[in-house]
Design a protein around this ligand. Sequence first.
Ligand SMILES: *Cc1c(COP(=O)(O)O)cnc(C)c1O
Length: 399
Amino acid sequence: MQTRQSNHGLNFDKYSNFEQDIDPKQRAWIEINGKALEKNVRQLKSKLNKDCQFMAVVKADGYGHDAKVVSKFAIKGGASQLGVATLKEGIKLRSAGVKKPILILGNIYTKRDLIISFKNDLMPTISSLRECLICNNIGKYFGLKFCLHLKVDTGMSRLGFEPNKFVQQFEKIKSFENISIKGIYSHLSSADEDNSLDPKSSTQQQRFKFQELLKQINVHRNHNIKIHLANSAGMLLNKDFHFHMVRVGLSMYGYSPLAKIDKNLSLKPALFLKVKVAFIRIIDQGVSVSYGGKFVSSRKTKLAVLNIGYADGVSRNLSGKINVIHNNKLYPQVGSITMDQMMVDITGSSEIEIGSTMVLLGSDGDKTISPLDWARASNTIPWEILCSFKNRLPKVQVD
Ligand SMILES: *Cc1c(COP(=O)(O)O)cnc(C)c1O
C-alpha cells in the first residue's frame, strides 16, 4: 500500500505541470519600472518648448524593456508619437491598442509591406521617389492619403534622400495627391561626442545642412509637416536641435548618452536585472573556477553560483569584469561566464544564501551598476547592452 510521507507544510497537489506555474522570479529576470519611465519622459519633455512633440523610440522591444509597457508609460509621461524599427514592431503596438501616431524608422520598400503598413495606420520612412510612388498608388487605390515621413541624409549615409537631389525631388513629391507628408527628418551620427556644440563639429554641420534644405523647399509654410532631427544626445545638446519633435530612446530609459551630464536632470533607470543564487560552495586556495580555469582562487573562497549566463544576454566578454550587488555590497564575478550560470566571489558574506536575490543591473542601497558600466567593460555602447537580453529572461513589471 502506498503511504504518503510528511509534506513539510507544502501543498504537493497545488502545482501542475504548466509553464505558467513557474515563478517568473525563479531564476533570473528583468524588472521594469513603469513609473521611472513615465517620470523620465515628463522630465525630458519639460526641456522642450510647449509645442515641441516627444516621440518615444520603442524599437527593439523598447530597448529590451517591453515595448507595450514602455509605450503605455511614455504616453502617460507626455509622449505623443512612437517610433519603431520594423513593420512587425508597429503592428504589435497597434494590436495592443496603441492609438498614437507610429513612425517606422527602418526602411520598408516592397509594395506588400507598404500596404500592410498603410492598413495598420503606420507611417513609413521614405527615402526615394520610387517608394513615394508606391505609397501614392496605394493611397489612390484606397481613395485615401498615405501618411508618411520623408527622410534626408545629412551625414549618416544610411537612409534618406540624397541631399543634393532632394529639393528637386520634393517638387515632384508635392504633386502626389494620395500621400500626406507628416514629417521631414534627418538623423545625427555623432551627437554624443564632446565637441557637438562646436560650430565646426559634424553634428552642427548636419544641422546646418538640414536647415538649408528646409529653407530651400520652403517647408515652414506647411504647418502639418513635423520637422525633426534629434535623438537623445541631440535633444540634450540644446534647443537648436528640437524643431517640431524629438525622437528619444536611451535617455527616456534612464541613461544619458552625453559624457557631460546636465545637473538639473535626474534620470532613473527603468530596468533592473536580477538573479537568484542557485548554489553556494567553498573552495580552497589554488582552485580553478569555470571553463578554461582562467580564474584561480588566491585564498579560501566562498562562491555563489548565479542562475544567469550568456544565453540570457550577459556577454561572455564581461567575464571577470563586472560586479553584482547584494544588500548594498558589491561582489566580483569570477571565471568565465557560462551559457546559463556564472560564479561570484562572496567570501566574507554570511548573509547570502541559496535563493538570495542579487542585482546585476540597477541599484541596491547606494550601489548602482549601469549598462554604461557593462558597455565600458565589454567595449560596446549601452544601446547594445540593453537590447541584448534574450527571451529566456521573464519581464516583471514593478510600479
Ligand atoms: C534609434 C533611433 C533614435 C533614438 O536614439 P537614442 O540615441 O536612443 O535616443 C532616434 N532616431 C532614429 C532614426 C533612430 O533610429
